[in-house]
Design a protein around this ligand. Sequence first.
Ligand code: NDP
Ligand code: 2IT
Length: 445
Amino acid sequence: MEDQLQGTFAEVLQRNPGEVELHQAVREVFESLVPVLRKNPQYTEAAVLERICEPERQIIFRVPWVDDSGQVRINRGFRVEYNSALGPYKGGLRFHPSVYLGTVKFLGFEQVFKNALTGLPIGGGKGGSDFDPRGRSDGEVMRFCQSFMTELYRHIGEYTDVPAGDIGVGAREIGFLFGQYKRITNRYESGVLTGKGLTWGGSLVRKEATGYGCVIFADRMLATRSESLDGLRVSISGSGNVAIYAAEKAQQLGSRVITFSDSSGYVVDEAGIDLDLLKQIKEVERGRVSDYVDRRPGARFVTEGNLWEVPTDVALPCATQNELTDKDAERLVANGVRAVAEGANMPCTREAVALLREHRVLFGPGKAANAGGVATSALEMQQNASRDSWSFDYTEQRLGEIMATIHDQCLATADEYDAPGDYVVGANVGGFTRVADAIISLGVV
Ligand code: NDP
Ligand code: 2IT
C-alpha cells in the first residue's frame, strides 16, 4: 500500500482497536485502491478514504426480555449506519452469539460497496445482536424482537435506514420486528424493512435472491472461459437461507450439489442433495444437518476436518466469515476447483483469496457475488413505494439483469485498471468510485 493508504489504515487500526474483521475488510479494499488514488487526486483532497471508513452513526443499546421460565435476559443490540451518500442506510440484522461491534462494522463497511455495485439507490448499514435464537421458542424470539425494535424504531424508516435479514434473522423475525414497528409508530410503513412475508408487503424472489444471484454470478464467471455450471460438481457450505437457494439454482442449471453444512459438521451426498428434504429439515423443522443423513441413504455426516476437502469443481461458501482458509484453498486448487463465489460475507480469509487469485481460479468476491439479496431488497422497496407487487418471473428477470450487470462492470473496471479478469479489483474499485463520487458531490456533511 502507498503512504496515504498506509496512514489511513493505521488510523483505522487505532480508532477501532480489536475489531479484527473490520481491519481485514478495510485492508482488502485498500489493497485495490492504489491506482485509483493515483488517477483521482480529488479523492485524497476531499479525504474520502477517512470519511468512508468512519461510520456516520453507531447505535448500541440494551435489549431486555423475559424467557419462557420467567427469567430476565439482557442482550446487546447494534445498528451501525455506515454511509448514506447513495441512499438510505440498507443492510441486514444478524442475531448470533458471536456478534459484537466489530462484526457489525465489518459487515456495514462491506455493505456500502456492495450496495453501490447494485447501481440502486441504497447506502450501507448493518445491525444485530449477540442474541442466540437457537433453541429458543417462538414466544421467546418474538419477545426479543419486540424489545429490540422498541429501541431500534426511532432510528429507522423507509427514507432513513431499512434493515433486513442476515444470519439468524429470517421471515419469522422480520415479521415480529415489523409488527412491533407498526404498533409503536401506528404506521403501516412497508418500506421500513425488507424480507417481509409475501402477504404483507414482501417481494417474490427475495428469499431466493442471494443464493440465486451467487450462482448466476458463478455461471457468468465460468462463461468467460467457455464453461458453464451444467454437469459440474458444486460444494456449498452452510444450510441457511443463502446455502439452500444457491443449491436450488445450481441444480436448476444442471449441477450436482454434493455438500452442505452447519456449525456441527458437514454432509456429503454424492448422488446430489435432496433439496426438498433439506428444506423440510431446515425451513420447517428448524433442525440440524445431521438429521438429513438419518433419512437419506448414501449420505454421510462428517465432523472431522471440513467440507472443502471434498473434491469439487465449484465452491460456494455460504455460511460465515473466514470459514475458508488458505489450507482449504490449497486443497481446492489441488483438486482442480474452477470457480469460487462468496455467498457469505468475507468467507474466504485474505490468504485464501490470495492463493486462489495466484492460481487463476475464477473468484467472485462477496461484494459482487452475494449482492443479489440486497438488490432484491431494493426491488422490494420499489414495490412498496408504488404499492405494487411484481410476478416471480419478472422479479427474477430483474435479479438476473442486475447480477449480469455487476459481473460485467467488475470485468470492465478490472480491465480499466490493468487487472483483467480480477473480480476483486473490479468490485472494490467499482464500488468505491461510485460512493466516493457521491460523497464529494454532497459536500462536507
Ligand atoms: P442463516 O442464519 O440462514 O444460515 C447461516 C448458516 O451458516 C447456518 O447453516 C449456520 O449454521 C452457519 N453458520 C453461521 N455461523 C456459523 C459459524 N460461526 N460457524 C459455522 N457455521 C456457521 O444465514 P444466511 O444464510 O442468511 O447467511 C449466511 C451468510 O450469507 C452470512 O455470511 C450472511 O452475512 C451472508 N449474506 C446473507 C444474505 C441474506 O440475504 N440473507 C445476503 C448476503 C450475504 P448453524 O445453524 O450451526 O449456526
Ligand atoms: O449481507 C447482505 O447483503 C444482507 N444480509 C442482505 C441485506 C439486505 O438489506 O437485504
